[in-house]
Design a protein around this ligand. Structure first.
Ligand code: ATP
Ligand code: MG
Length: 449
């Protein structure tokens, strides 16, 4: 069966997410369970497996609190096909724009990347062997020996010795810069006569095109190192069956695919809306069959969407999930709320995650030979400003930290190369000096912080 090799337990998935995202435990648990459930379903007998539908998740929470970030990190840590799309970018069938089915085509593309990588890894050794064989044929060609030649045996033996010497030199990496002549097959040029995106196409026109076009072969001079790459691609192409890859990719997308539907609240029409709003309702209607389970035609074959997991997210400020079409609401039975971030959360976000902003800036300054160190109470002060600004003006969640940090370190970012080595300690006074006046002036802070 075509399943991701290892599956982490929910606890492990949450722990992994914890390394990047502060708080939002309910959302982390929900996605972790959903991921594990895919694996559980795969252990069942076929009949039962057909029955178990994924429990789709709806993440609700204010802006900038980690909804998209959870999805992004999840994508990295599962080896499942995963795409993130904005529900608001689709238009109703018949309107100009992307139709919702294109998300399934994208999902298959994502599955293909995974399967191709796996297949290539599986044939790598064999492909490399072929590459070596081809290189040796070029570097030490078999001499023309006629059977009647008295020296035939001696010639063959000599060739064999040269070949072995070459092999050793190749292995030692001594031949990489040597120029050789290689016969390369040229593929059909990419088709230009359609302005549709490749994933919008229902079938593989390009593939057909390549099959019917005569292939040109031409001699090209290149180094052994370059030839290796060309030959490796050729070997992979002949060792891997693209039909098999396509079938596996579809299977993987159908059983393990995850579609993250961001901006779900944007497909809800607001009170008394018309025009664009009507089309938004239309997108919901188009989404429904895909989420319920339907068959979508892609260029690689038909994809059943019954077991694809959908995780939707939205701020739901002006509208509520109950404004979604009832059938669609029913398809997202797991609701998780993400909470507003507190000052303490900001402190943790600034310092704890692997890629925390303070660590990022410190690393960047280090490239200039300047070490910066953030005092604990300075981080507290910083978090305090972020929190206050969110309260006073628009609440943009953790995104506030980006603007504030940029402002705080603007001077240092400019001066660092001229400081010729040094260390800077960021103290509460340093923070206040740079942010206090700005944050008190409402007009200014709206633009800058
Ligand atoms: N809980 C958190 N822990 C760590 N970083 C966070 C957290 N929440 C947000 N961030 C940071 O803030 C940025 C914005 O968060 P994210 O994109 O997840 O917002 P969102 O909840 O999807 O908001 P929106 O509804 O506006 O799309 C991210 O780049 C992320 O680094
Ligand atoms: Mg988002």
């Amino acid at each position: 069966m075509n399943e991701p090799t290892q599956c982490r337990t929910p606890r492990e998935i949450v722990a992994e997410l914890d390394r990047h995202i502060v708080g939002q435990d309910a959302a982390k648990r929900a996605v972790a369970i959903a991921i594990r459930n895919r694996w559980r379903r795969q252990q069942l007998d076929e009949e039962m497996r057909r029955e178990v539908a994924p429990k789709n998740i709806l993440m609700i929470g204010p802006t900038g609190v980690g909804k998209t970030e959870i999805a992004r990190r999840l994508a990295h840590l599962t080896s499942a096909p995963f795409i993130k799309v904005e529900a608001s970018k689709y238009t109703e069938v018949g309107y100009y724009g992307r139709d919702v089915e294109s998300m399934i085509r994208e999902l298959v593309e994502s599955a293909l990347v995974i399967v191709r990588d796996q297949e290539r890894a599986a044939v790598e050794a064999q492909a490399n062997e072929r590459v070596e064989g081809r290189l040796l044929e070029i570097l030490a060609p078999m001499p023309l020996v006629s059977e009647t030649d008295a020296n035939a045996t001696a010639l063959r033996e000599r060739h064999e010795r040269t070949r072995e010497k070459m092999r050793a030199m190749l292995l030692a990496g001594e031949m990489e810069q040597r120029k050789i002549e290689l016969t390369v097959e040229q593929k059909a040029p990419p088709m230009m006569f359609t302005n549709m995106g490749a994933e919008q196409m229902d079938f593989d026109i390009q593939g057909l095109f390549e099959k019917v076009m005569p292939r040109n072969a031409s001699q090209r001079e290149m180094t052994v190192a370059e030839a290796r790459k060309v030959l490796f691609e050729e070997a992979c192409e002949s060792l891997i069956s693209s039909e098999k890859v396509n079938a596996r990719a579809i299977d993987l997308a159908e059983n393990f695919g995850i579609v993250f539907l961001d901006e779900m609240d944007k497909v809800v029409a607001t009170e008394g809306g018309r025009g664009a709003d009507v089309s938004r309702q239309g997108v919901q209607r188009d989404l429904l069959p895909i989420v319920e389970g339907t068959t979508v035609q892609t260029r690689y074959g038909y994809v059943k969407t019954d077991h694809i997991l959908f995780v939707a997210a939205g701020a739901f400020h002006k509208v509520s999930p109950s404004d979604l079409m009832p059938e669609l609401q029913g398809r997202f039975p797991i609701r998780v709320e993400l909470t507003d971030l507190t000052r303490d959360d900001f402190i943790r976000i600034l310092t704890e995650p692997r890629g925390a902003l303070t660590k990022q800036y410190a690393a960047l300054m280090q490239t200039e030979g300047v070490s910066i160190e953030f005092a604990d109470d300075a981080v507290e002060t910083l978090a305090g400003y972020a929190f206050e600004l969110n309260q006073k003006s628009q609440n943009i969640g953790a995104r506030r930290l980006y603007t504030i940090m940029e402002r705080l370190l603007e001077e240092l970012s400019f001066e660092a190369p001229d400081m010729n080595m040094g260390s800077v300690k960021i103290s509460p006074a340093y923070v206040e000096e740079r942010l206090d006046a700005l944050s008190k002036n409402e007009d200014l802070s709206q633009f800058i912080l």
